[in-house]
Design a protein around this ligand. Structure first.
Ligand SMILES: Nc1nc2c(ncn2[C@@H]2O[C@H](COP(=O)(O)OP(=O)(O)OP(=O)(O)O)[C@@H](O)[C@H]2O)c(=O)[nH]1
Ligand SMILES: [Mg+2]
Length: 172
């Protein structure tokens, strides 16, 4: 009988970069144009069927606005992985080094992926700026158009399982 593995994944980044939009796309398939700031943290369980086994990601969608965080460093404890998101139209809105340090201080073995969201808003001629503190794999996505969103989850699950051959089954 196949087992289910569970991992904690923290989703961090500045105010309004699109963290909750990414999770909402998975949870109910919807995209909202308006911004409702997350208060403190919202935890959602995302389930994946993979070629190996079922995997549950407990995704901690952390408020981007520091004043809305109730336990600034506590969110990252026991994280297996961090998704550090920025807005490609405003790449230097936040120094990503701060997020990397916060995550690794609490969970030194956490894996990290950087995500550039809102890629639908960049024109072909627009320059892509690499934000300060980005020193790892980058995936460009749009939670609005769904560009690369499935590839992001595939990357996360492969990274956590340390298996580049793993595939996702039935992902929408
Ligand atoms: N064009 C475009 N807009 C997006 C995309 N993703 C999110 N947005 C918009 O960006 C705004 C903020 O999205 P949220 O998902 O609430 O951002 P957040 O990072 O969760 O914000 P906080 O909870 O305040 O930290 C909303 O108006 C969304 O509609 C995207 O891929 N493309
Ligand atoms: Mg949010």
């Amino acid at each position: 009988m196949s087992t289910t593995k569970e991992y904690k994944v923290v989703l961090v980044g500045a105010y309004g970069v699109g963290k909750s939009s990414l999770v909402r796309r998975f949870v109910d398939g919807n995209f909202m144009d308006g911004h409702v700031a997350t208060l403190s943290v919202e935890v959602h369980t995302l389930s994946f069927n993979t070629s190996k086994q079922s995997i549950k990601l407990n995704v901690w969608d952390v408020a981007g606005h520091e004043k809305l965080r109730s336990m600034p460093s506590g969110y990252h404890i026991n994280a297996s992985m961090a998704i550090i998101m920025y807005d490609c139209t405003n790449p230097n809105q936040a120094n990503l080094t701060k997020y990397v340090e916060e995550v690794l201080d609490a969970s030194p073995n956490a894996k990290i992926v950087f995500v550039s969201n809102k890629i639908d808003l960049l024109g072909c001629e627009d320059e892509k700026v690499v934000p300060n503190g980005m020193n790892g794999p980058l995936i460009e996505i749009s939670s609005k158009s769904m560009h690369n969103v499935c590839n992001l989850w595939l990357h996360v699950v492969r990274c956590l399982e340390d298996d580049e051959e793993l595939t996702l089954v039935d992902i929408n």
